[in-house]
Design a protein around this ligand. Structure first.
Ligand SMILES: Cc1ncc(C[n+]2csc(CCOP(=O)(O)OP(=O)(O)O)c2C)c(N)n1
Length: 644
């Protein structure tokens, strides 16, 4: 019997003799590698944190003691040790356990998380709540060196140093974000790990002492200076100590004989403590150790080789975006590209190789990345900021205040728009249409396929103001990419299919499913027109009013939330025009956080596949009378104009 199979809670873990824990660590790695080879998930991060998680659960007493994970993608070991061992094979599957911490799923999960940089702030809130209730539990943050680059962490550190309450921060440093970690903080941590710090301190101290004169006040003064200087340099964690933390480390995060005594000691300390633990991403699985960036997040793979299974032969939107940007940048020196710790994920790694001086990885710092681009644009450049829809939420005010208010020419390449699948509610790109379309000056587009993405990117870099292109996760449809770039007319859609009974106005990745839905409807005797809207802002108002007067029935389809979304924008156009008697139906994501599951499953559940759209449109046509309502159309006066 495996040790792992005896563990249903941390209490069971504590029955295993300490000297046997390396065996348990091996079993856990085997289980994770096996399950993730089928379900996909965050492999390398979890393989790197096995011993650390075991030690934390052994030494502390969860769920009374509260673990707060940053990002939360590294919690598979924690899940295996806290009652989710038997459900572990359902990881990230529809109806199964989540790939991230979820208080709804387990009392051992203290905070819902998926985005980086929230741990310290949420933990500090828990600390204050604990102290106000005169309770004694420990609050332990586990944060990676990549997550440490998020600005909010520094806001949290700042506040923690001020409050001086009991809190433990475990810094899990593997020198990797998804790709190699970047920035000055990362170099600082790296110097600590490599011992460069000690060498420098020693050298500089020796130099100072050599210069001390032999007698009198000057000697004292210099000795004092030497002391201060050494204080500033000595001790690897000076930065954290100056912020009010007691720094401990660095220690080897794969050695129980280092982890146990350190964590035992820390348990007794008061005030903010930071323990610096060094681990290896992908530990003990050669494909992941050798290429931790590719194995950060994986889909199903062959265990022996690590080679991905079921990879689509068609290029992804991400890839087409990256390739297109290189082509455009070859001819246009104004183009620079910005990523927030995701050069691979956003398709910019080839751009970074081709134009190292025109590529910026700002770390997990979406807010900074956007305002940095705004500043760059004031200097005559055209920054293209590639950020996933869900992470761009972070930078809402920067988009409003720093880019759009000043009408600066910045392109937002919004990858993973719409449902993203197994990562679930923290990661779905459900809100971007709603959080962008009300901002003055911005042009918001969504391509129906990867060929249109190329034209949109070309169009956007020639616009005088801000624009955003939202496109989905995964492969395109295999569209022909050979046509030369062309400028799309701002705010103009295209009619793809004429019909008589209803007009389906679809946005972006919902266009082709809507075309398919029209085929299904035709078999039921319903003739649907299909329109590719292309733009969510500005809208093709004249076309919408024309459709309204011709059909009397309009259905909008979008892969974003309905509240404040694309369909709502059409309703606003109708309301503004004074037209009445139009039957309208909006299809999209309802007012809820969508769970995890494959994109296909979720589209089926939420009626966003061809069958679902056809079903909804068919019922709508039947319920809205034989020929639709007869619209009352006032004289067409189209107000508003193109954005600046
Ligand atoms: C706000 C935000 N931006 C980007 C991401 C994508 N992301 C997930 S994990 C990760 C890297 C985290 O690195 P680190 O904290 O060092 O953990 P590791 O995987 O190396 O253990 C990134 C950039 C995110 N989750 N949240």
């Amino acid at each position: 019997m495996k040790y792992l199979d005896t563990i249903n809670s941390p209490a069971d873990l504590k029955k295993i003799p300490i000297e046997e824990l390396p065996v348990l660590a091996g079993e856990i790695r085997e289980r994770i590698i096996g399950v993730v080879s089928q379900t996909g998930g965050h492999l390398a991060s979890n393989l790197g944190i096995v011993e650390l998680t075991i030690a934390l659960h052994y030494i502390f007493d969860a769920p009374d003691d509260r673990f707060v994970w940053d990002v939360g993608h590294q919690t598979y070991v924690h899940k295996l040790l806290t009652g989710r061992r038997e459900a572990f094979h359902t990881l990230r599957q529809y109806g199964g356990i989540s790939g991230f911490p979820k208080p709804d799923e387990s009392p051992y999960d203290t905070f819902n998380v998926g985005h980086s940089g929230t741990s310290l702030s949420s933990a500090l809130g828990m600390v204050e709540a604990r102290d106000k209730k005169c309770r004694k539990e420990k609050v332990i943050v586990v944060i990676g060196d990549g997550a440490m680059t998020a600005g909010m962490v520094f806001e949290g550190l700042n506040h923690t140093g001020d409050l001086k309450k009991d809190i433990i921060v475990v810094l899990n440093d593997n020198e990797m974000s998804i790709s190699r970690n970047v920035g000055a903080i990362s170099s600082y941590l790296s110097k600590i790990i490599t011992g460069e710090f000690y060498t420098r301190v020693k050298r500089e101290t020796e130099q100072l002492i050599k210069n001390i004169p032999r007698i009198g006040t000057p000697m004292l003064k210099v000795a004092k200076k030497a002391e201060e200087s050494v204080k500033g340099l000595v001790g690897p964690g000076t930065l954290f100590e100056e912020l009010g933390f007691r720094y401990i480390g660095p220690i080897d995060g794969h050695r129980f004989d280092h982890l146990f005594p350190t964590l035992e000691n820390i348990k007794r300390l008061h005030g903010p403590v930071l323990v610096h633990v060094v681990t290896k991403k992908g530990k003990d699985y050669p494909p992941a150790e050798n290429d931790p960036a590719s194995f950060h997040g994986v889909s199903s793979y062959d265990i022996k080789t690590g080679v991905p299974l079921n990879k689509s032969p068609l290029p992804s939107y991400t890839k087409i975006f990256g390739q297109t940007l290189i082509r455009l940048a070859e001819k246009d020196e104004r183009i620079v590209a910005i990523s927030a710790a995701m050069p691979e994920g956003t398709g910019l790694s080839d751009f970074a190789k081709r134009f190292p001086d025109r590529f910026y990885d700002v770390g997990i710092a979406e807010q900074h990345g956007v305002t940095f681009s705004a500043g760059f644009a004031t200097g005559g450049f055209h920054p293209v900021v590639a950020i996933y829809s869900t992470f761009l939420q972070r930078a809402y005010d920067q988009i409003v205040h720093d880019v759009c208010l000043q009408n600066l020419p910045v392109t937002f390449a919004i990858d993973r728009a719409g449902l993203v699948g197994e990562d679930g509610p923290t990661h779905h790109g459900a809100f971007d249409i709603s959080y962008l379309r009300h901002i003055p000056n911005i042009v918001l587009m969504a391509p129906k396929d990867e060929a249109e993405l190329r034209h949109m990117l070309y169009t956007s870099i020639h616009l005088p103001g801000p624009s955003a292109i939202r496109y989905p996760r995964g492969a395109g449809i295999g569209a022909d990419l050979s046509s030369p770039f062309r400028t799309l007319k701002t705010g103009k859609g295209e009619i793809l299919l004429e019909g008589e009974d209803v007009a389906i106005v679809a946005l972006g990745s919902m266009v082709y499913p809507s075309m398919k839905a029209a085929e299904i409807l035709q078999r039921d005797g319903i003739e649907a027109a299909v329109i590719n809207a292309r733009f969510a802002k500005p809208l093709d108002e004249s076309m919408i009013l024309d459709l309204a007067s011709r059909y009397g029935r309009i259905v909008t389809v979008e892969d974003g939330v309905l509240s404040g979304g694309f369909g709502s924008a059409l309703l606003e156009v109708l309301e503004k025009s004074g037209i009445t008697g139009i039957c309208m139906k909006r299809i999209g994501i309802p007012d809820k956080f969508v769970e995890h599951g494959s994109i296909r499953e979720l589209q089926r559940v939420y009626g966003l596949d061809a069958e679902g759209i056809a079903r909804e449109v068919g019922a709508f046509v039947k319920n809205s009378g034989s020929s639709g309502a007869i619209p009352t159309v006032p004289p067409l006066v189209i107000k508003g104009g193109k954005p600046g």
